[in-house]
Design a protein around this ligand. Structure first.
Ligand SMILES: [Zn+2]
Length: 301
């Protein structure tokens, strides 16, 4: 065999009809052309394949884009709902703050001065753009402040309750006041250091506040006397008794029976002489009768 057979320079294609009358057509093409045609065919196949791959990728991208759009729309709806809810919560908090201030005013406490400063420095740029994030930040700060305010109110109310229990604020006995506090001429000329409340002989007199019995015994002019120390500088005195119901050092509660009405000491008939002393000085008991927590709290301010 020839090792280097000479490549043919031309190829001839023949189309031979089966019909005997037909004429055969022959096409003589140079080998170079044939090679070029083959290359062109390969290139075309490559082009078509590339176009197919590219269009597949493109349509996949389009599907993704459509999905993202749908997702964005849904997220926008969620954000809108969230924003509405946030502003409703904000309104509720503002109402709460207003009510809190009203309560403080009613209780005679000084108003709570808000120290909220909304700083946006630490927020990310995305969050800064978001009104919702800012509102939530503001609401949280307001709530934290009001929590403090409520704690203060609660402490104040417990203090008031404890103190009110120790303030003479009730009637030791119900009856007609026959002699008021202050200067008088009858039955003895001079300053009357308490009020006289008429009652039947033996009627029980009750402690007008929580306290500790500091004296039980005879006092000049007062007769059989009971004295109670209530703390906070307050003491009460119950005079002209017929009998005692407590002993010295005993802890008594508001409303507890301490003695029984009589007519010991300087008296013209059975009645209770009732005194309130503040820091050792007699005060008008009428100012303390029928006090409630709020009116009592004004006394120690
Ligand atoms: Zn009296």
């Amino acid at each position: 065999m020839d090792k280097n057979p000479k490549k043919p320079k031309f190829y001839t294609f023949m189309i031979v009809p089966h019909d005997a009358r037909g004429q055969a057509v022959s096409l003589k093409l140079p080998a170079r052309w044939l090679k070029a045609a083959l290359c062109l065919a390969v290139f075309c196949v490559f082009l078509v394949a590339s176009a197919f791959v590219y269009s597949t990728l493109l349509s996949r991208k389009l599907i993704n884009y459509a999905n993202t759009l749908t997702r964005n729309r849904q997220q926008q709806q969620v954000i809108n709902t969230f924003s509405d809810q946030t502003s409703r919560v904000g309104q509720a908090i503002d109402e709460l703050v207003q009510k809190d201030n009203e309560l403080r005013r009613l209780l005679g406490l000084k108003g709570w001065k808000s120290r909220i400063k909304l700083s946006t420095d630490h927020l990310s740029p995305e969050a800064k753009m978001s009104k919702v994030a800012l509102e939530i930040e503001l609401d949280e700060a307001k709530l934290a402040e009001r929590r403090q305010s409520h704690e203060e109110l609660k402490n104040w109310v417990s203090m008031v309750r404890a103190r009110f229990a120790s303030i003479p604020s009730t009637w030791p006995i119900y009856g007609r006041i026959s002699s008021y506090f202050g200067y008088r001429v009858y039955p003895w000329r001079g300053r009357h250091t308490g009020v006289d409340i008429t009652a039947r002989y033996g009627a029980p007199a009750r402690a007008t506040a929580n306290g500790v019995v500091s004296y039980v015994g005879w006092r000049h002019g007062y007769g059989k006397t009971v004295e109670i120390n209530h703390g906070y500088g307050f003491t009460t005195l119950y005079g002209h008794n017929s009998a005692y119901a407590v002993r010295v050092g005993q802890r008594v509660a508001k409303g507890q029976i301490v003695s029984y009405v009589g007519m010991t000491g300087w008296t013209t008939g059975p009645h209770l002489h009732y005194e309130v002393r503040r820091a050792g000085r007699p005060a008008n008991p009428l100012a303390y009768l029928d006090l409630n927590v709020l009116s009592a709290s004004r006394l120690w301010r």
